[in-house]
Design a protein around this ligand. Structure first.
Ligand code: C5P
Length: 215
């Protein structure tokens, strides 16, 4: 069974997907981390995130292992490094490159083959797994999403300006929604869930109920 959870940043997708996967004993796949790894490597190797052929080559050469709870890039754990503001921005730029998307979608399908899985990202229900049994699209008010991100960053010891965060989030949303390939949008058969007024437990419970009626 394939469960897809898509939506913009800050809707709680990752945490919800991870918890659901744990509770259901499904594999969890954070597809944003794949784009983040390529972005991290591009920054390290000083390749412009807009350089299609350079980034395409780098993506093909990168070995990713996201299946056992860790974030291994070429055999090295990069779970912390892929979450910086610089990598976040670069990830949304490399995600616009068609060859990168094609390659990563192929890898996502390989990971999902012959497994029960909860996949989380922007295009999981629309492009990667159009035949998934259960699709969700999470949304929330932009200010609430930025507030959650601010809280998350504060817990990690980073101080950032709320207005700046909101601006960056809006730029990222716009890039994701307006790109030519696999733009961020709900699949026609996805259940839309507005998480603005819900806490994580409530979202997990709601999605779980929907999944269990389909098992
Ligand atoms: O979800 P996360 O914030 O980690 O994703 C980082 C970036 O990767 C997003 O801003 C988006 O541009 C891109 N992404 C994507 N398709 C996915 C997952 C992430 O384009 N399936």
């Amino acid at each position: 069974m394939i469960v897809t959870i898509d939506g913009p940043a800050g809707t709680g997708k990752s945490t919800v997907a991870r918890r659901l996967a744990e509770q259901l004993r499904f594999q969890f796949l954070d597809t944003g981390a794949m784009y983040r790894m390529i972005a991290l490597k591009a920054l390290r190797e000083q390749i412009d995130p807009g350089d299609q052929s350079g980034i395409g080559r780098l993506a093909r050469e990168t070995v990713m292992d996201l299946t056992d709870g860790g974030y291994l890039m070429d055999g090295v754990e990069v779970g912390g490094e892929i979450r910086t503001a610089e990598v976040t921005k670069a990830a949304s730029l490399v995600a616009q490159i068609p060859a990168v998307r094609e390659l990563l979608v192929r890898r996502q399908r390989e990971i999902a083959s012959a497994r029960n899985i909860v996949c989380e990202g922007r295009d999981q229900g629309t492009v990667a797994f159009p035949h998934a049994e259960c699709k969700f699209f999470l949304t929330a008010q932009p200010e609430e999403r930025a507030r959650r991100r601010l809280e998350e960053l504060a817990a990690q010891g980073s101080q950032v300006d709320f207005e700046e965060l909101l601006r960056e989030q809006s730029d990222r949303d716009q890039r994701d929604q307006e790109r030519a390939v696999a733009p961020l949008r709900p699949a026609a058969d996805a259940l839309l869930v507005d998480t603005t007024a819900l806490d994580l437990d409530q979202v997990v419970r709601l999605l779980r109920e929907q999944i269990l009626v389909r098992v």
